[in-house]
Design a protein around this ligand. Sequence first.
Ligand code: HEC
Ligand code: HEC
Ligand code: HEC
Ligand code: HEC
Length: 412
Amino acid sequence: MKRNARIVLLKGLVAGLLGTLAMTAGLAQTLNLGNANSAEFKVVYATAQDVAEGKKVAQTACASCHGINGVGGQKGVPNIAGQRPVYMHLEMKVYQAGGRGATGMANAVKYLSDDAIMKVAAYYSSRDPAEPSGSNVKAAPAKPDAVAAGKAAAVACGGCHGEAGVSKLAGMPSLIGMDPKYFTAAISAYKGGQRKNDMMKALVSELTDVEIANMALYYALQKPDKAQTPAPGTVAAGKTAAAGCVGCHGENGVSGNPATPSLAGQESQYFIAAMRAYKDGSRSDATMKGPAASLDDATVKNLSAYYASLAPQAAKVAKPLTIAEWAERCDRCHGVNGNSVDPRAPALAAQRVDYLDRVLLAYKKGERKSKEMAVMSEGLDDALVDGLSAHYARQKARGVTYLILPPPPPAK
Ligand code: HEC
Ligand code: HEC
Ligand code: HEC
Ligand code: HEC
């Protein structure tokens, strides 16, 4: 049976010291690359002679843009020093075939032979990678995540709605556990005047859509608690009267429909006022007009006590991943902190932030084709693209040395 050669990666060690040192220090990592003898991996086996010839190609065809050391510093031109060799070789063939657009880069490789491409890839991959420094990185501010931004914006609301949205004041609604869709709709109804409340209108009129979305997320995700105000009325009688409400507001007051508010734990005076407003039409809502019209004051009071006694729940929304959590997913293919150990997967550490930004958007729009990256970039909005680019531009880049081991002896 034919066995595959193994490629061992030795990080940051001089080639001459390899064997014993690396193995005993536990720095080596063995990769199973399938058939490592295939043409794809030829660039990993490049000799010193190949690298020297690659340098000559670099001097004439590449250095004007990438610099002879592969750390250009020009806007839009990626660092290629220490980039993984198989990846680089294959990408250059993609440019040659017009697959990444007819750029200056495509022209530079158009007439190079496959042999020259292999050697110049071997040359640049042997260079020391860029340092994560310079205006490049500082230019990219770290954005706070959505929930933290929502918390900061919600400070202005805490005086009435309670910290984390748990009301401590009679007449003030709790916002805890509110579905973001209902929250957002309520705010825009105040803004647009469909829901008449001059005070709330004034309070929310200056908020941007992003601020509203962030606050909605913050309130939806806080630890649920009942309003901290008295709720006079009879819970048992309220429970009986609530039979007609369950279909919309859910069993135990937790609604399954984002457009219908949950009532569990809601503040009792606010609840009573809302029912009165539906009844007299000052809060006009076609759905609630009917249920409210038929109820007398005593029943509404009992209903408010019943709902106030129920435990609210956090809304069913996923907490968005932070940049660090996203990066953990990316690192599965791109290596720890973007230091890929697979010669086929590009390293991202210390890459230029403007270049990372641009290619991530190109994958997302489908301009640059890659099955893996199409999936990974799909869920990225502009803020995440900026955040991830800044994250990787800041990482320390580590060069990788590949040592080809002979196939292990066949097991007896
Ligand atoms: C006219 C300027 C120019 C020249 C000359 C040039 N490049 Fe490029 N190169 C670029 C630019 C700009 C990009 C980024 C293009 C893009 O966004 O796809 C790039 C991208 C690359 C990439 C892809 C990097 C990555 O991480 O995906 C590699 C590899 C590369 N160049 C290698 C070379 C080599 C080797 C040569 C010489 C044979 C060369 N380039 C010549 C400007 C140039
Ligand atoms: C001065 C007290 C006060 C402040 C400050 C305040 N609110 Fe309100 N809020 C109220 C009152 C009172 C109501 C009920 C109004 C009504 O009957 O429609 C309300 C209603 C709401 C509702 C609808 C609740 C529901 O169950 O339908 C939302 C959402 C809301 N406020 C969000 C906010 C946000 C976000 C802020 C901060 C930007 C804020 N409020 C600041 C007093 C306040
Ligand atoms: C047909 C569905 C439906 C039924 C039945 C129904 N509701 Fe509602 N309820 C809604 C919807 C939708 C809203 C949101 C309306 C709006 O935006 O003003 C709402 C809003 C409310 C509110 C205001 C909540 C807030 O946070 O502002 C209260 C209180 C309420 N309902 C109580 C009840 C009670 C009590 C019953 C039973 C007697 C009941 N509802 C029956 C659909 C229903
Ligand atoms: C399943 C493996 C996988 C995952 C997970 C993954 N990538 Fe990639 N990534 C790739 C492959 C393969 C390529 C090379 C694609 C090509 O040929 O264009 C690539 C290319 C890239 C490039 C272009 C590099 C260059 O030098 O031009 C960037 C930037 C990138 N990925 C960022 C990310 C980010 C950010 C994430 C996480 C959101 C991520 N990747 C997750 C496999 C993956």
